[in-house]
Design a protein around this ligand. Structure first.
Ligand code: 26Q
Length: 811
């Protein structure tokens, strides 16, 4: 909370503008006006930031560090202003200067240092930790290029680099004096000093890690935590031009580039693992820099290294930062000279791990030879961890070699990161109830029976500050008018909204708010793609990464089916629908890219067909990212959460949609199950195979997509449409999708779930016909969304994993 009035803000802003640009505000470009406002806000934050850090030093309270390869923050201007409690007066002040705040906010480049769910979850968690007065900070990589920018050209995805730092970043502060050295390669020298075996890395390559800190403001509570992102540089950046022959100079430049490549670009794959050397270097780079700086800071204010685990929690976001385990061991053993037993106790107590996927193809494992060469000392430590772990297993599971080899950390020529993460941490959690059950009973069952107490569930959440207050201000205002402002600090209070759902006046307002949001999105769509959509049609939305398991194909097939039906019977009575898609495909994921082409081809056909044009439209919006999600989600009537059951660990957009008053059509997968339990069956539309049915097919076989194709005419027709020229002159264009469904027996049960999906969509159509009831359902969804605030999730992490004292101020 910043105490400032409109006039001083105006004065400060003009002064700031002049200081940066050397000219008057009126003479500046919009970009300059944005930059000056951002810098001013960061100045305002600076004092609270310092105070927060000083307070943490004084109280010596436990600090949480969230280690993640990805932080998908999106834009910061609007949310910072909101958290500081000055967005309204800032809007007024700027208006008096003839500047539109929304316009400036829209100029900000998204900070897109993440792929999707996992990266956005990290961002929501930072927001919740700061807002709940929890001393929790982020640690990651300052990629020069974030997640690629997607263009759709001739119906195909084209990737452009995301040069997000091009015009600078007003939010970050470079802290060169807090740099760390990270060591790669070389050999390990073993010698006995004073009777003790010691290990020293020699002939290594040093890389300089420079931290850039971004303030993370809490909501109106004067807390400012830190997101620290590391950038790689050569240790010495100085070239002595005169002493370099031309060849040496070029070599020096090449060297500089190879070092900087470590923090150059975010890998755009989110569910497929490839053992790339550079990715391993990225992982060690930020983990080592982060841990060194944490331990250095700790030692400055604490004399007893043995109490490190009482003062610090390190949480690893999936296995990507698992090297934190051997790196902390290295620091404690080689630098602090602790015994193995003490170092291991501290490491295990300090580290906790979240799993975000059960897709086998996403499990990280590194070839031993590559690993040893890049991280020789770290490999030795993992080897020792594995030896001790396997010895325990031998004693416990006598003769059960299969089980022991499944549980080993090093086996078959690979280092298995998930096994290391489980063994080296005190807590392993899944991200929704079903997901955690699958981890315990199936994927990680060997470990669950060995360490039952390590495993726990923490159902994901989203910050209602960004995803309701900021992205849907009209809805937030209606809630304030009805139930009061309490829900902002206590999102469970949203339940009080249920009382108002018998009031037709409130339902009418809900309807108008949604319609308004739809009108805004329609304008955006018209502006970007020249396509007119009807704001009174059902906005039926699937926005997320493009992946076979998320089944955008199922969505496409039912649109194709509906189109066939409308062509046959143009007078069919349906509520008009606008099908909206958005999402990026990993650049190397051919089938996903093919799916985008299918969507755009369907759009092309349908949007240009006069027979159906008033009934259905299909839109593929380009370059899905946080700031676009903030526009689409509040304008959505129907949220498509149609993954193959068991495959989506949780999903988080499902929560954002319900919070914004959309109806969900869903399989019983991930957090959809918990959403259903909250809103009750009559306020969500469920279809498809259950988890047990899917697991049963996996275990026992018995599914044939051919049989379905041959026995259902609708399905036969649309599958044939993929290759009969209906959607492309090039009949081979969708062959890969066709083959995945028939030749490869439809791994994700698209055809199996088709009929039940169509029937579910018919129910949606009927529900929409009764306007008041539809609004009531949307209201129930809003009222029950409080439990999916990441504030609830973070409280559970704080009390259940990091140590309840982390939260003591709020208890
Ligand atoms: C791993 C190795 C090499 C290259 C890339 C990766 C990689 C990168 C990102 C693997 C996975 C990811 C991201 C995964 C992800 O976003 N998972 C999602 O996490 C959400 C938050 O928990 C869940 O809601 C989603 O269900 C889950 O898919």
């Amino acid at each position: 909370m910043i105490y400032i009035n409109k006039n001083s803000l105006k004065k400060d802003y003009k002064r700031k503008f002049l200081e940066i640009n050397g000219k008057e505000l009126e003479d500046g470009t919009k970009e300059q006006q944005y930059e000056a406002l951002g810098s001013l806000i960061r100045d305002y934050v600076a004092k609270e930031w310092l105070n927060t850090n000083n307070k943490y030093k004084e109280t010596g309270e436990k600090q949480v560090y969230y280690f993640s390869m990805e932080f998908l923050l999106g834009r910061l201007l609007g949310s910072s202003l909101m958290n500081l409690g000055i967005r309204d007066i800032c809007r007024e002040a700027l208006l008096e200067l003839n500047i539109d705040l929304d316009e400036l906010e829209n100029l900000e480049q998204d900070q897109g240092l993440g792929n999707g769910g996992l990266g956005r979850l990290a961002a929501c968690f930072l927001d919740s930790m700061a807002s709940l007065n929890i001393p929790g900070h982020g640690c990651g990589i300052r990629y020069k290029y974030g997640f690629f920018e997607q263009k759709i050209i001739d119906g195909k995805q084209v990737e452009l680099s995301d040069n997000w730092l091009r015009s600078g970043n007003v939010w970050e502060i470079q802290k060169r004096d807090k740099s760390e050295i990270v060591k790669f390669g070389g050999d390990v020298k073993m010698e006995t000093i004073d009777g003790k075996l010691t290990f020293t890395q020699v002939n290594y390559e040093s890389i300089l890690a420079i931290p850039y800190d971004t303030p993370i403001t809490g909501y109106e509570n004067e807390v400012v935590n830190t997101l620290r992102l590391w950038s790689a540089e050569p240790v010495s950046n100085e070239f002595d031009f005169s002493s370099f022959s031309r060849g040496e100079f070029l070599k020096a430049i090449e060297y500089k580039n190879s070092v900087e490549s470590i923090s150059l670009v975010l890998y755009p794959e989110d569910s497929f693992y490839e053992g790339k050397i550079l990715r391993l270097k990225q992982q060690y780079f930020f983990v080592s820099a982060g841990l060194q700086s944490i331990v250095r800071h700790y030692k400055k204010y604490n004399s007893n290294i043995y109490e490190l685990d009482e003062k610090i929690s390190i949480h690893i976001n999936d296995t990507h930062p698992t090297l934190a385990i051997p790196e902390l061991m290295r620091i404690l053993l080689d630098e602090e000279k602790l015994s193995w037993e003490e170092a291991w106790r501290i490491t295990q107590n300090t580290i906790s791990y979240t799993n975000h996927t059960i897709l086998a193809e996403a499990l990280e494992k590194w070839p031993i030879n590559m690993f040893k060469k890049i991280l020789p000392r770290i490999y030795m430590i993992i080897h020792e961890i594995n030896e001790r772990h396997c010895k325990d297993l031998w004693n416990k599971y006598i003769g059960q070699w299969d089980k022991i080899s499944r549980m080993a950390i090093i086996a078959d020529g690979f280092v298995r990161m998930a096994n290391l993460a489980i063994v080296g941490s005190h807590s392993v959690n899944g991200v929704a109830k079903l997901h955690t059950e699958i981890l315990k009973k199936k994927e990680m069952s060997d470990f669950y029976y060995l360490y039952p107490n390590k495993f726990n569930n923490k159902t994901n959440g989203i910050t209602h500050r960004r995803w309701l207050l900021k992205s849907n201000p009209d809805l937030a205002n209606l809630l304030k008018e009805t139930i009061g402002e309490g829900f902002i600090k206590h999102p469970m209070d949203l339940l009080n909204f249920e009382k108002y759902l018998s009031d037709n006046n409130v339902l009418g307002k809900l309807r108008n708010i949604k319609l308004n949001n739809k009108v805004k999105l329609s304008k955006e769509i018209y502006g970007s793609y020249g396509i007119k959509v009807d704001p009174n049609s059902i906005f039926d939305v699937q926005v997320k990464r493009i992946h076979a398991y998320k089944r955008q194909t199922l969505n496409c097939l039912r649109i194709m089916d509906l189109y066939n039906k409308l062509i046959e019977n143009p007078n069919m009575d349906i509520n008009p629908r606008t099908f909206i898609f958005a999402g990026k495909a990993a650049p190397g994921y051919i089938l996903a890219k093919n799916t985008i082409e299918l969507i755009t081809s369907i759009a092309n056909k349908i949007n240009n067909d006069p027979i159906v044009k008033d009934k259905i439209k299909v839109i593929m919006m380009e370059n899905y990212r946080v700031s676009l999600a903030e526009k689409i989600i509040p304008a959505t009537d129907l949220s498509e959460q149609i993954s193959t059951t068991t495959k989506e660990a949780s999903g988080t957009s499902n929560m954002k949609f319900m919070m914004n008053g959309a109806l969900t059509i869903a399989t019983l997968d991930g957090a959809n199950i918990e959403i259903k339990d909250e809103v009750k069956e009559e306020n969500i539309v469920i279809f498809g195979l259950t988890a047990n049915e899917v697991l049963d097919y996996h275990n026992n076989g018995g599914y044939s997509s051919w049989d379905i194709y041959n026995s259902d005419n609708r399905i036969k027709r649309i599958i044939d449409n993929l290759v009969d020229g209906t959607y492309s002159y090039d009949r081979e264009k969708f062959r890969a999708i066709y083959d995945s469904l028939l030749k490869y027996n439809d791994e994700f049960f698209v055809l199996k779930d088709f009929d039940s999906y169509i029937r579910a969509q018919e129910i949606v159509n009927e529900l929409y016909g009764n306007k008041l009831n539809w609004q009531r359902i949307c209201g129930v969804n809003i009222a029950h969304s409080g439990i999916f605030s990441s504030d609830r999730t973070i409280k559970e992490y704080a009390t259940g994993i990091w140590g309840s004292d982390v939260l003591y101020k709020n208890l």
